[in-house]
Write a protein of this length. Structure first.
Length: 625
């Protein structure tokens, strides 16, 4: 994996930005510490910073130009099935000067044109420039595993793997306050929106086509939206899923550098470790544990899996001090407000894992395609469980008598029941959105000093929810397009690439995803089980203890920290009334209401709201102060 950036100038004025390419490459150097390079041609500049994984020699350095000198590629990601295509291309007479997947990708494009993308199995964001036709193509993978952000005005199209490469070009940056409202609701900003006006994220499964007189964003992939395998038996579906997942895992074992896997002790990562260990002798899995927080520590489950599959397991046991010491590094690397607090342990896990391997497999994506979250169970119940729904409605008036918090089992159950009860009174679209959110729209808009037009915001929000019928497969479809690429994958890419670690996700092989969405929803979830088919497929392989434990996210004890060790951050960033009013972005009294709730007996989601504010303030001071 690597970092890419580039500029396409439409005008003579735009050409003045071409000399910014070196600064743009330097800004994303952590993504690729092995080498970097640039390419210039009249109105185009391309830059690349390399993390060498396949063909680590200079022959595979980028930007990479074909033998004719006409086509140049910059590529971030992996092309897993490149070897089979290389053989076909060689049979057609193509000659290769490297053993890299990058060169195969370029020649496949030359051979087949834009339709080549349907043959590429991988995670990627890449650009190909044709200097004869003066055309630029920019592709992003089907699910948004690899990021791509771009800026466009009348003079230039600028793009990069991360926002920081664009900011290094000194482009005009104006905060988009509608995106800011979305940020406080979700704790991230979903594609295609960004924190800045005129900056957008290329949608997954899309590509850009750019000439001096033309700009198009074209969709090339969509998740199948019909249950094509509705007649397949459950046993046959399990067999097919096991086959597809093993194939997907094997594809992702190709590497010329050391490879390992993340292992949390949950079903998803354990499945990947079980499959990879069949093909890698003494696989290297890595886990993270918390010395001071046993409630959040899952390493006992990870150890069971590691031992069962005879792996070379490494556990990183962290103290709270270890986490605090990395906060500034994490906050400094974020170039757009992003407030999923589980980014903290992902950063540290990536940092420590990178000392041992360059590539790690991950279990990301399984929850979104097989219905693994509590909200999926809630959606299922809201549509299928009349008795339970009526019981919750009757109980609802009494729930306010009890505190809600994520920090204990009872108060967390109260929190969940309150959210569930409210969702029962909403239509499918609003229910889905609110169950994805950590702050409601009204509170988010009140927090922002600038007036937000509710109709514009409603339109933006509605565009992010592609299916509105409330069925489980529709909920999962929305999750893949909203939560997965906006939060989960963005978090893993940012935190892993900050440490020059490549992360591969077998569950997001498009063959696996297409198959998952072709199945009846009751194969995935019913009254007794979430992620039903995935759990049952590997039940005979995985330790039985994994099936007797509650689902646990990759969480950190933010509420406790903010009340104690990290209280100084709140004082520094949020309690200075003069600074907040001079900044002109937030309503100071609304911030104080959140702080007061944090210290109350019923903190609810206030710790997540506080973290979102702190992340934003750190980001704002870095880029605006």
């Amino acid at each position: 994996m690597c970092g890419i950036t580039g500029i396409f100038a439409f005008t003579e004025t735009g050409k003045q930005f071409l000399n910014k390419i070196d600064s743009a490459v330097s800004a994303i150097a952590k993504r690729g510490p092995d080498s970097n390079g640039t390419y210039l041609h009249e109105n185009v500049a391309l830059g690349h910073t390399r993390l060498a994984v396949i063909d680590t020699t200079d022959a595979a350095s980028q930007p990479f130009t074909d033998i004719s000198g006409r086509y140049t590629i910059i590529f971030n990601g992996e092309f897993y099935n490149y070897k089979e295509h290389k053989l076909n291309l060689e049979n057609k007479g193509y000659k290769f000067r490297s053993t890299s997947d990058t060169e195969v990708l370029l020649y496949l494009f030359i051979d087949k044109g834009v339709d080549f993308i349907h043959k590429v199995n991988g995670c990627f964001a890449f650009a190909i420039f044709d200097n004869i036709k003066n055309e630029l193509f920019i592709f992003r993978d089907r699910f948004g595993i690899k990021p791509l952000v771009y800026f466009k005005d009348n003079n230039i199209l600028a793009f990069g793997s991360e926002m920081k490469s664009l900011l290094a070009m000194n482009l005009p940056k104006e905060i988009d306050f509608y995106s800011l409202s979305l940020y406080f609701q979700l704790n991230y900003i979903p594609a295609p929106y960004s924190i800045f006006e005129n900056f957008k994220k290329l949608l997954p499964g899309h590509y850009l086509y750019i000439t001096k007189n033309n700009f198009q964003e074209i969709k090339y992939y969509n998740i199948p939206d019909s249950e094509q395998n509705s007649n397949i038996s459950y046993s046959s579906a399990k067999e097919k899923l096991a086959e597809l997942l093993e194939q997907a895992t094997v594809r992702r074992l190709v590497s010329d550098v050391p490879l390992g896997a993340f292992l949390s002790g949950g079903i998803d990562s354990s499945v990947i470790v079980s499959l990879a260990s069949k093909h890698v002798n003494k696989l290297n899995p890595f886990s993270i544990g918390y010395k001071n927080e046993p409630f959040f520590d899952e390493t006992n489950y990870a150890n069971l899996v590691a031992k069962k599959f005879n792996t070379n397991h490494t556990v990183f046991s962290l103290s709270n001090d270890d986490l605090f010491e990395n906060l500034n590094n994490i906050l400094d690397y974020i170039d757009e407000p992003f407030a999923d607090s589980s980014a903290i342990p992902v950063y540290i896990l990536s940092q420590l894992t990178r000392k041992h391997v360059t590539v790690a497999l991950s279990g990301d994506g399984a929850d979104e395609i097989f219905a693994g979250y509590n909200k999926h169970k809630a959606h299922w119940m809201s549509e299928n469980s009349t008795f339970k729904n009526n019981s919750v409605r009757l109980l609802s008036p009494f729930l306010n008598l009890f505190p809600e918090s994520r920090n204990s089992s009872f108060s967390n159950k109260v929190r969940q029941l309150k959210r569930y009860s409210k969702g029962l009174s909403e239509n499918a679209e609003n229910r889905y959105w609110n169950w994805c959110s950590l702050m409601n729209e009204k509170d988010a808009n009140n927090l922002i000093a600038k007036k937000i037009d509710s109709n514009i915001l409603k339109s933006k929000r509605s565009s992010l929810i592609h299916k509105k019928d409330g069925s489980i497969n529709s909920v999962l479809y929305n999750d893949v397009n909203l939560v997965l690429q906006g939060d989960m994958l963005q978090k893993v890419d940012l935190m892993s690439m900050a440490n020059a670690l490549e992360v591969r996700v077998p569950f997001l092989d498009y063959n696996v995803v297409n198959f998952a969405f072709s199945l009846n929803s009751d194969f995935k979830i019913n009254s007794e089980m979430k992620k039903r088919i995935l759990q049952d497929t590997f039940r005979e392989i995985l330790p039985t203890e994994l099936y007797k434990r509650p689902k646990h996210g990759f969480e950190v004890p933010m509420l406790k920290w903010f009340r104690n060790e990290l209280s100084s951050l709140i004082t520094e960033y949020l309690s200075n009334k003069e600074f907040i009013e001079k900044q002109g972005i937030f309503n100071y009294p609304e911030i104080q209401l959140i702080i007061n709730k944090l210290h109350s007996q019923s903190p609810g989601e206030s710790q997540a709201n506080i973290w979102a504010l702190l992340v934003f303030q750190h980001w704002w001071k870095k880029y605006f102060s």
